[in-house]
Design a protein. Sequence first.
Length: 461
Amino acid sequence: MTQRYDFDLFTIGAGSGGVAASRRAGSYGARVAICEARRVGGTCVLRGCVPKKLLVYASHVRDEIEDARGFGWTIGEAHLDWGKLIEAKNKELDRLNGIYVRMLRDSGVEIVEGRARLVDEHTVDVGGKRITANHILIATGSYPVRPDIPGADLGICSDQALDLPSLPKRALIVGGGYIAVEFAGILSAAGVEVTLLVRGDNILRGFDADVRSTLSEEMRKRGVNILCETLMRSVERENDCMSVRLAGGEILETDLILFATGRVPCTTGLGLEETGVKLNERGAIVVDASSRTSVPSIFAVGDVTDRINLTPVAIAEGRAVAESLFNNNPMQADHENVPSAVFSNPPVGSVGLSEGEARRKYGKIVVYRARFRPMKHTLSGREERTMMKLVVERSSGRVLGAHMVGPDAPEIIQGVAIAIKCGATKRQFDATIGIHPTAAEEFVTMRDPVPEPEADPLDQE
Ligand code: NDP
């Protein structure tokens, strides 16, 4: 490793991808620095997955209290102290931030505080100081965007939603993606009247049609008002509340507007164009399969590249860069069959192809589907249905996709994802003995295929 530069690797952005790459590089003896303008940890740890999941746990407590009566429990009046919850969540984030800082230091990675800007292919500027490196890794992530409509600044994004000082009576959530449905679950369980404004025909575009319909039905049963094919035109403040004008001219009143309308890559002010780093039309950094940009010494991983915008994918991409550069072990992150979850209420777990994608790609497929009332709810009395589904290639019998909406779906799908990654067939699923009594056993006991649909199934995703 050359001493011509101050560092072997200079990473911009201490989120999941940047930290993973830097630590792995440091463990191989590379001289590494990581630059962060905010707190070490990034979106997942500080403004995304982790704080969100802590709030999701809080929302499940409500279900447990409501279900308790069916199991013989009498519970007194329950009350959520939102302020206490936010305080506890923030304390945990401080702890995690400390762990991340310590882990970086233990791997010999120098933390540089400030905003970095590329000067040339081996040089960055941080607060007027020039730092050189043999390789530069950009892992600056993404940030939430709002629609370009009058009054959009009256709403908040997920960053602020995770830190609401108090709960509103009513909330309007704009969007139908991951963040919208997750916050709908959190807020409605906390007692907020939630309306979801979705511009498409249903929530979770891109997910399997049965996942979309099952989740929207279950959310509605829980009192979430979902308005599809509805666009917002403008927002105005009116005394204590906000008045929202919809495209059809109707007016909705609400106390809080949360924009969950997507995220865009953080690429401005980084000096990318000047250094020759190519961006695509969405403003994301263009990389090859090894995460190398159009400038050979500069790499990029995670949301800033807008491939699959999930923390574990950014980590895999970052580690692959470090392995390739510093361990003589050329590696590329594998973007096939990446499982994902939506921590809605009830949650979703998904891996592989949806039914629509499988029909488009393979033509002839067989679909297996189970819908049932979870055993727990025979006593709790809750009217909730679980949906599980396998999408199978007809000729080879290979399982192409597995989808679930119901309690523990993310935990269950993680294991199924291993089987799908190994190319398991439906026969191999069937030959696996179920664990009884569980919901998960349905994945190995589905016998009868769903009859071929008469309407064009491709229209529903
Ligand atoms: P998504 O891209 O998932 O969803 C954005 C939603 O907003 C879509 O329903 C989209 O509609 C809608 N939308 C976009 N622009 C407008 C507009 N101008 N007016 C009205 N609606 C609009 O983004 P999220 O913000 O939910 O999440 C960002 C990313 O973060 C996700 O893609 C995911 O990668 C990641 N994430 C992952 C989580 C997990 O793994 N559990 C949790 C949270 C986030 P349409 O579908 O029509 O485009």
